[in-house]
Design a protein around this ligand. Structure first.
Ligand code: HEC
Ligand code: HEC
Ligand code: HEC
Ligand code: HEC
Length: 149
């Protein structure tokens, strides 16, 4: 009897687990590898971004958010992110962000958004974890690889 119950619950765990996994796979997670260019910048400096790798380690809300009435709104599960580039809001034409800053970073630039999110976390993690410091994830070249000759 006990064995039968156990088998049943294991099977239902598989079924439930499978449903959760497939619904996660259905959500639009964007590209696995992204190159951020900064198209509206005077001096763009492309950044490489292994999106999928970050998704394994961090929650979507660590980076994604939306906006309502000019204010930031927190990410909610299933939020439609298609086409919502950071630069779509973080640019000089967007009045809601004009003059807004995070420390010294100007949030009405893609650099401000990129460094406020990406670089800030990389610096924090490198401080906390010697192996990440050794890999220099807090240095410019981690995200802005030198051009190949
Ligand atoms: C470490 C930061 C980070 C995490 C974590 C993250 N993303 Fe992203 N995501 C980005 C950045 C940056 C872009 C590129 C935006 C751009 O090009 O301006 C992006 C792009 C996307 C896009 C494509 C938008 C487009 O261009 O059409 C989707 C969809 C997306 N992410 C979904 C997700 C989901 C779902 C999660 C959680 C499972 C997630 N992301 C986790 C940073 C992140
Ligand atoms: C729909 C518009 C919109 C999009 C898309 C958007 N942001 Fe923002 N972001 C905002 C607003 C509004 C604020 C709040 C600014 C303020 O009032 O200080 C903000 C704030 C920030 C801040 C300052 C710290 C904080 O959390 O308040 C960072 C860093 C940031 N965004 C990075 C990003 C990154 C990286 C992306 C792309 C993955 C992104 N943003 C996409 C509108 C947007
Ligand atoms: C919440 C923290 C966090 C945020 C936000 C974040 N990263 Fe990272 N990133 C990490 C950590 C931690 C690693 C190292 C992961 C590992 O162990 O491989 C990493 C690794 C990387 C790597 C590989 C570096 C190497 O030499 O192995 C690149 C490139 C990178 N991130 C770019 C970005 C960009 C671009 C953004 C913003 C769009 C970003 N990251 C946002 C934490 C973050
Ligand atoms: C963790 C990732 C990361 C690190 C480390 C990093 N950056 Fe960036 N940087 C970005 C992202 C993301 C952007 C915005 C997207 C783009 O324009 O490429 C950006 C944009 C820029 C820009 C473009 C400015 C503009 O207006 O287009 C410059 C210049 C720049 N970074 C310089 C640096 C320098 C110098 C360092 C080292 C002190 C550095 N970055 C370290 C991610 C990073």
């Amino acid at each position: 009897m006990l064995k039968k119950i156990l088998v049943c619950s294991v099977v239902s765990m598989f079924v439930l687990g499978g449903a959760v996994i497939s619904s996660m796979a259905n959500a639009d997670k964007g590209a696995a590898e992204i190159k951020m260019v900064g198209s509206k910048s005077a001096k763009p400096k492309p950044a490489v971004f292994p999106h999928a790798k970050h998704q394994e380690a961090f929650k979507c809300e660590e980076c994604h958010h939306g906006m309502a009435d000019g204010k930031k709104v927190a990410y909610t599960e299933g939020m439609d992110l298609k086409g919502k580039k950071c630069e779509g809001c973080h640019n000089s034409e967007y009045e809601a962000l004009a003059g807004k800053k995070m420390g010294k970073l100007k949030l009405d630039t893609i650099k401000g958004a990129g460094h406020g999110n990406c670089l800030a976390c990389h610096k924090k993690m490198a401080k906390e974890d010697a192996s990440l410091k050794e890999r220099k994830i807090d240095k410019c070249a981690a995200c802005h690889p030198k051009k190949k000759k």
